[in-house]
Structures are given as structure tokens and as C-alpha cells.
Design a binder for this molecule. Structure first.
Ligand SMILES: Nc1ncnc2c1ncn2[C@@H]1O[C@H](COP(=O)(O)OP(=O)(O)OP(=O)(O)O)[C@@H](O)[C@H]1O
Ligand SMILES: [Mg+2]
Length: 462
């Protein structure tokens, strides 16, 4: 049973007050005031869920009362009462925050329906607000879920760095949430109302990337039929997100360095120097510092980018976050697919938590989506797990599982983690007769990442 709600009736006409009171007092606690001036202190004295207020009253009118109520924190629902033929004012009232209005004489059936509907939508809204607040405070920041120590550190850095103009470098394995973090930083910055412009550097050849970034003049190269504005121009007043920054060629690195130093550039084939006001965020899953040492990434550019760096921990280093992420994705996909899957059995969660997730959160998200789509019960069980995942956890054996359990205390030696990953990769290759595309697919990583890892393990050429 929901507790009885309180309705405050504000009207200077005694008959209206008494009529409404009679209609409502069976279902609500009813409080009355014969003027706006007397209504206001009542709101401080007690919890009022709904205010029913006349518009035209002697003394302070209903519109002024409405504004004063809306200025309060956590205001009640306000429904205005208006004489027939005064609908314009009532519409004005709704713009000021009134939930709805009723014309006098009040149709009591209509009143009943309206109040129920108002209370319901108010409840849903405050539930949403509470959920969001809980998510923000306890389980993460913006849409980034996590409550493990390494993620808390990440949230702290984001909150400190976001409001500044500093260039930010986001590092982390594939699927750890780099793009998500870039978005969060933008939304938490003073540029939130400005554009967020992403550029996926790996997808383009150096020539195309250059014109993508800086734009080009008509006829600058074959195919440049028109003048085109680049991403730097588009991001003016906002944030430019350079994803997979390690992939850009030295020729473009030089140009990028200049924009970062001078905040000025020319379009390809152009002479006019353009100024931009941008905040830069870059991300990569490569070891940029190692690339600098190897001479494949410019030292000076690296230092420009690495003003504040945020390193996202791989999922296997924070198994504590796995149940939370599962719950979030379960909700997301059961809603999206309209399937009432509500729960995961503890032993299934155990297996999910012992797996080493080479594809990180992206892989976990994909696995949960698949499980929800294919499930026939409201509870996900071990039988719903992808076979590949189950056998990977088995192949890793108790060793890998205990290794991973030890990891939750944060005391795991990185060598053993690398070992666990290697066992998984070898098992996936064996299952797929050395077919790397299939193995990579099952592991939830790209073929390229698999090649890179094999290169490390087997000393192979990528
Ligand atoms: N902490 C998290 N909470 C909720 N969702 C997450 C989290 N981390 C990642 N995700 C989700 O996982 C997926 C992959 O994240 P994202 O694209 O940001 O990773 P990435 O680090 O940019 O990967 P890549 O290096 O492959 O580009 C997205 O669907 C994202 O929403
Ligand atoms: Mg990404």
C-alpha cells in the first residue's frame, strides 16, 4: 500500500474548496488554504504531493503562487483551476511548470483520473532520478559502470580533468571503454553544449585523414570537387576526439603537432590560416610510450597529448565490476528485446567472473546480449553461457580461476595474467583448427589484436 497522498487546495471561494474536499477526502489527505499567502507556509510545514490552485484570487494570484512553488527544490505537482474561457492563462501556467489545468466547474471524474496520472508520472520521474543518482554515486559516472578501486581512480581523474581545458590521453586495451570516457569528459566539461566530434584515425589513408582533419579547398587534390570543412573546424567551441591516435602517419603527426601548439591550421590546398577553439581528447590501445622509444611516434607530439592521461584497466583486473556490468547489460538488453530476463544464477556469474575477457567490457556486453536474446527463461543459467566461454574457463583450469580470484584483491602478478590469456588464446585456436578469424571472434577481440598477441607469444610476424 502506498501511503496516502496529501492534496493542498488553494481557492478563495469557499464552495469550490468544500466541493473539492468532499470529492477527494476518501482517497487523499486534504489541506486547504483560502489564499496563496496562506498556502506557502503550509508547504514548509508538511509534505504536500499535489497543489490544486485557483488562478484568479484576491491578493497573490495563482500564477505567482505557481512560480514560487516551482522555485522550491523538489516542488509538488501543481494543477491549476481556471474559469471557463481562461484557457490561455492556463496554458501559460503549464509553461511555468504546472502539470495540467482543469476548468471550473470541475468534473470530478476527470479530477480523479488526472491526479492518479500525475502522481504516477511523478513517481516514475523521481524513481528515474534516484536511479540515476545512485548510478552516478555508487556504480559509476555518467554511463561508465564500475565500483572497483581502479575504476574509482578513473572517475576521480575524469572529474578533476573534465572541467579544465587540458588535452587528455586515454589508454587501455580494446573494449575497455575509451570512447565512453571521452564522451563523459565532454559532457562534464564547460564545452558540453558545443559539438563532440570523433575521428577514427585508423580508418583513413594519410591523405584522406589530413583532409578529414583540416578540410580542403576546391581542387586541392583529385576528387576534391568542393571546399570542405574539416573536423577541427567542426569541433570549434567543442571537443575533438582523435581515436586510435597511434595509427596516424608521421606526415600527419607533424601537422597535428602544429595545431596543438598554435591552435591554427590551413585547409589542404588553402592559404588562409584558421583559428580554432577546441579541446582535444586522444585515445589508443597501443603502447604509445613504447612507440616513441621505437621512433614510430613523435616524441614532441606524445608530450603534447599526454598532459593528463587516463588508463582504463582491463576487465580481468577488476572482476568486482563484472556482476554490476552484467546487471546493467541485462536490463538494457531485456528492455531492448522486450524479453523479461531479470536475473543470472550465482554459479553463472562465477563463471563469468573467472573468464579473462580479452575483449573486455565490449565482449561481456556482447555475451550478455546473446544470452538474453537466446534465453527461454527469466533467469540466465550456466546452460545459457556460450559454449566457447564455458570451455575457455575449463581450459584455463582451476589455476586460471584461482589466479582470477586472487586478482580481486589486486595482488596478482602480471605474468600470471599474461599466462592465463595465452592459455585462452591457444585453447580458442585449437578449438577452431587454428582458424584465427573464428578464434578471434569467439574471444571477442579483433583478428588484428589476436595477431599482435600471437606475435608476442609466438614471436610471429603480425
Ligand atoms: N565501464 C563501462 N560501463 C558500461 N559500459 C561500458 C564500460 N566500458 C565499456 N563499455 C561498453 O563497452 C563497449 C566498448 O566500449 P568503447 O567503445 O568505449 O571501448 P574502446 O576502449 O573505445 O574500445 P576500442 O579500443 O576497441 O575502440 C561499448 O558498448 C561501451 O558502452
Ligand atoms: Mg574505441
Amino acid at each position: 500500500m502506498t501511503p496516502q497522498r496529501t492534496v493542498l487546495i488553494v481557492d478563495d471561494d469557499r464552495n469550490t474548496r468544500e466541493g473539492l474536499k468532499r470529492a477527494l477526502q476518501g482517497n487523499y489527505i486534504v489541506v486547504m488554504a483560502d489564499s496563496a499567502e496562506k498556502a506557502l507556509p503550509l508547504l514548509d510545514e508538511r509534505t504536500v504531493d499535489i497543489v490544486l490552485s485557483d488562478i484568479r484570487m484576491s491578493g497573490m494570484d495563482g500564477m505567482t503562487l505557481l512560480q514560487k512553488i516551482m522555485a522550491r527544490s523538489n516542488p509538488p505537482i501543481v494543477v491549476m483551476l481556471t474559469a471557463y474561457g481562461n484557457v490561455e492563462t492556463a496554458v501559460e501556467a503549464m509553461k511555468l511548470g504546472a502539470y495540467d489545468f482543469l476548468t471550473k466547474p470541475v468534473n470530478l471524474d476527470h479530477l480523479d483520473i488526472l491526479l492518479k496520472r500525475a502522481l504516477h508520472s511523478h513517481e516514475v520521474e523521481s524513481e528515474n532520478l534516484t536511479l540515476r543518482a545512485q548510478l552516478d554515486n555508487r556504480f559509476g559516472l555518467e554511463n561508465i559502470i564500475g565500483q572497483s578501486d581502479p575504476m574509482r581512480e578513473v572517475f576521480e581523474t575524469i572529474q578533476q580533468a573534465a572541467p579544465t581545458q587540458a588535452t587528455i590521453l586515454i589508454l587501455g586495451e580494446s573494449g575497455t571503454g575509451k570512447e565512453l570516457v571521452a564522451h563523459a569528459i565532454h559532457r562534464l566539461s564547460s564545452r558540453a553544449k558545443g559539438p563532440f566530434i570523433p575521428v577514427h584515425c585508423a580508418a583513413l589513408t594519410p591523405t584522406l585523414l589530413e583532409s578529414e582533419l583540416f578540410g580542403h579547398e576546391k581542387g586541392a587534390f583529385t576528387g576534391a570537387a568542393d571546399r570542405r570543412r574539416g573536423r577541427f573546424e567542426l569541433a570549434d567551441g567543442g571537443t575533438l576526439f582523435l581515436d586510435e591516435i597511434a595509427e596516424i602517419q608521421t606526415s600527419v603527426q607533424v601537422k597535428l603537432l602544429r595545431v596543438l601548439e598554435e591552435r591554427q591550421f590551413e585547409r589542404v590546398g588553402g592559404h588562409q590560416t584558421l583559428d580554432v577553439d577546441i579541446r582535444l581528447i586522444a585515445a589508443t590501445n597501443a603502447d604509445l610510450a613504447a612507440m616513441v622509444k621505437a621512433g614510430t611516434f613523435r616524441n614532441d607530439l606524445f608530450f603534447r597529448l599526454d598532459v593528463v592521461s587516463i588508463t582504463l584497466p582491463p576487465l580481468r583486473k577488476r572482476p568486482d565490476d563484472i556482476p554490476l556490468l552484467c546487471a546493467r547489460f541485462l536490463k538494457e538488453f531485456s528492455l531492448r528485446n522486450n524479453k523479461p530476463v531479470e536475473d543470472i544464477t550465482p554459479d553463472t556469474l562465477d563463471i563469468l567472473s573467472s573468464y579473462s575477457w580479452p575483449g573486455n567490457v565490449r565482449e561481456l556486453r556482447n555475451v550478455i546480449e546473446r544470452m538474453v536474446v537466446l534465453s527461454r527463461t527469466p533467469r540466465l543459467t550456466v546452460r545459457d553461457l556460450p559454449a566457447a566461454l564455458r570451455s575457455a574457463v575449463q581450459a584455463e583450469g582451476p589455476r586460471a580461476s584461482t589466479v582470477l580470484k586472487a586478482d580481486s584483491s589486486g595482488s596478482l602478478a602480471p605474468e600470471s595474467m599474461a599466462d592465463a590469456e595465452r592459455v585462452m588464446i591457444e585453447a580458442a585456436l585449437k578449438r577452431n583448427n587454428e582458424n584465427r578469424t573464428l578464434a578471434a571472434g569467439q574471444l571477442g577481440i579483433s583478428r588484428r589484436t589476436l595477431q599482435r598477441k600471437l606475435k608476442e607469444y609466438r614471436n610471429e610476424k603480425p
